[in-house]
Design a protein around this ligand. Sequence first.
Ligand SMILES: [Zn+2]
Length: 460
Amino acid sequence: MSQRKAFEVIDKETQTFVDLAQKMWDNPETAFNEVQASKWTAEVLKKYGFEVETGYVGLPTAIRATWGSGHPVVGFLGEFDALPGLSQKAQTTKEPVTVGGAGQGCGHNLLGASCLAAAVGLKAELEEKKMSGTVVFYACPAEEVLTGKAFMARGGAFKELDIALAWHGGTLNMINNGVMTGLNSAIFHFKGRTAHAGGDPYNGRSALDAAELMSVGANYLREHVTSDVRIHYVYKEAGTAPNIVPDRAAVWYYVRALSREAIDDTYDRLVKVAKGAAMMTETELEIEFLGGCYNTQRNDVLRDLMLDSIKAVDKPVYTDEELKFAEKLNEQSPTYEQAKASGMLKGGPIHNGIFVYEQESSGSSDVGDVAHIVPTGAVSTATCNIAAPGHSWQITACAGMSIGYKGMIYGAKAMAEAAMRIYEDPSIAAKAKEEFDKRMHGRTYKCPIPNEVPIPQPVK
Ligand SMILES: [Zn+2]
């Protein structure tokens, strides 16, 4: 096992990182509203001697913090936003802290603090060894709506890096070299004309009819897209009472696919469907484009680096109470029987191995934007019970107690080890860049969010 100055400092300062993560867990803030989280993160970064820029590239809660000079420049992608409706106490039975409130159901309180811990450890080791190299920590807002990093990239973020490293907590210790989908997100607003639905419906032009006809068209479109495409929607506005012809309706769509080209192609066709629905119903259409992100991109050089690095770090050791806590949560998982039958639980209620993921998946992450700007490596560590569903009360529970914190520190060390290897041997960064260039096939990153789309502001 590696014995690094970076690890020594991460261990010594653990309580500071845990306190930061705990504060974000106690005060969950949703996408673009991470005002307190951003303030507390900036305070900790300043305490450790980083140069801190808040409100980075015009995003009120984004931060860029740096230390050191020269190459290699390694950047960390911290996140901190919570999910609406996933409030949960740090206990094994389902009970919210606040009914209907937000909660850290994806463990992003651990994410920001883990990346920060890695940066602090690296600063200490580079300082001690008097080495060249720059550490960059980004606090990236709004991962949960998948547009935070694209807005940052639109403002010029990330291109200063030689390598970006991302960490995420989850059910497994895992090197993530799979490809996740990218997406476009837009709300289609229809405006019609109201009338008495019983008295003079012929004078009305129903915006709800338009929205429903758009759904019909979108559901026929499904057959004629490639199998990686996912289209999903929710109604945001659909009228007020049956006896009033609705003059306003709105539907929020996601279009996902494994390439930017497939997303753009499907989205353009969906816009045609919406226009057709408006024409049929004599309503007006207004499209509110909320943003988009790229699919993620593989890098085998960084996969190998991350795998070697995580293997060089001691795995967390869990107490009996922690194992019992995780087991109780596993028993309440909707996939418990499946997990048991598959042998997944044999290694214990918290994942104990190291898994390399190489497949394609239909979820998305705005890390994809960064991965199309610079070579990006991704690692996960177990921060919850192994059978926890994604975005669930179980993840919120574990993200506010020691199981989450142990995984967070394990992840911080894996990232610090990987980054130190890059600082010690810059040829790793050069090889990763060579592979990145090959995979880009001469394409360059083009932000999926047009300049005229405003940066969302915190709602207070
Ligand atoms: Zn997440």
